[in-house]
Ligand binder design. Structure first.
Ligand SMILES: [Cu+2]
Length: 356
């Protein structure tokens, strides 16, 4: 996320706000457009539909800021692709937009979203999408099932702010989710979330594997292990080491960090923890209640949370599922590297921290 892009988006947002004020003087401005409205369903989405920019993890689209509700178009493509799950082990992932997790979708309460779901022509299976942010049958799954090479579409109004999981709900559902078909959609409240310095997108998933009968050296979904809930891997962002080494998250002392953390499952509940940090704010289960001073927060399968903390002391902070065998034996571990000056008022020692 570049400063230039933020400035550009800010300019567009300001222009949109000015335009909506100048064209309808009786309408409240974007910052308090819900002031006289009892239900988000009554918020009017302005303008012509615009294609929404989405991002792959760990990146997050720019904040919505103080804009009014809009009509948006989200394009997602489902695909079945070979990728690396751990070390040099190949696995057949099923994806939204070619990544695990799928693209991060960031909208505003009151936005009217047309979701176009295309299934790649070379897919073997039909796929669909159930967004937990949708009010309607199957969260959209009922009308988006698309055979290989086909496309489906539906429109929904985001009426509940919060952080929501989306996933494929085509049968057998645990297999589609177990192969990586999940992502997050954030519905910001009117006026937007409070600005922070850094935002990241992380999603946990449990993976069950066996050797493919189609291709030597390739692993694929193991239904028996899934039913027994005995995963070979529990991973952040679909790959062992996705947040380690060159992929570490980075921040500077003094910055405020916001993590959008989801749990695709299909089976395990996450005990999300950052070793050496305390969450100043936790949006419990991704909803509107904010708790404070939390060490570890539970994220159910098919759920999400937003955590915020300020980094005060330089060093490496380890992100884990605190069911620690998953972290140290099954891959559910990542790092946030914080650089900057020491802060002896908060943390000091005559020993140097061990190198990585
Ligand atoms: Cu699917």
């Amino acid at each position: 996320m570049t400063t230039t892009r933020i400035n550009f988006l800010a300019t567009i947002t300001i222009a949109t706000v000015m335009l909506s004020c100048s064209t309808n003087s009786t309408k409240a401005d974007a910052s308090n457009s819900t002031a006289n409205i009892t239900s988000a369903a009554d918020i009017v989405a302005e303008g012509n539909p615009e294609a929404l920019q989405v991002t792959g993890a760990p990146n997050v689209p720019a904040p919505i800021g103080n804009r009014g509700a809009k009509k948006l178009i989200v394009n997602l493509e489902t695909s079945e692709i070979e990728g690396i799950i751990a070390d040099s082990i190949h696995y057949t992932f099923w994806t939204f937009n070619g990544t695990v997790p799928g693209s991060f979708i960031r909208v505003r309460e009151g936005d009217e979203i047309t979701l176009n779901l295309k299934n790649a022509a070379n897919s073997v299976m039909p796929h669909n999408i159930d967004l937990h942010a949708v009010t309607g049958p199957g969260g959209g799954a009922a009308v988006t099932t698309s055979a290989p090479g086909k496309e489906s579409s539906f429109t929904f109004k985001a009426i509940n702010p919060g952080l929501y999981v989306y996933h494929c709900a085509a049968p057998p559902v645990p297999m589609h989710i177990g192969n990586g078909m999940y992502g997050l959609i954030l519905v910001e409240p009117a006026g937007g979330l409070k600005p922070v310095d850094k935002e990241f997108y992380i999603m946990q998933g449990d993976f069950y594997t066996k050797a493919s009968t189609i291709k030597k050296g390739l692993m694929e979904f193991n239904n028996d292990k899934a039913v027994a809930e005995e995963p070979d891997y529990v991973l952040f962002n679909g790959k062992k080491g996705s947040l380690l080494g060159a992929n570490k998250l980075e921040a500077k002392v003094g910055e405020t960090i916001r993590l959008f953390v989801g749990n695709g499952g299909p089976n395990l509940t996450s005990s999300f923890h950052v070793i050496g940090e305390i969450f100043d704010n936790v949006y419990i289960e991704g909803g509107s209640t904010v708790s404070h001073n939390i060490q570890t927060t539970m994220i159910p399968a098919g759920g999400a949370t937003i955590v915020e903390f300020k980094v005060d002391v330089p060093g490496e902070y380890v992100l884990v599922d605190h069911s620690l065998s998953r972290a140290f034996n099954k891959g559910c571990i990542g790092k946030l590297k914080v650089s900057g000056n020491a802060n002896p008022k908060i943390y000091s020692s005559n020993k140097t921290a061990a190198a990585e």
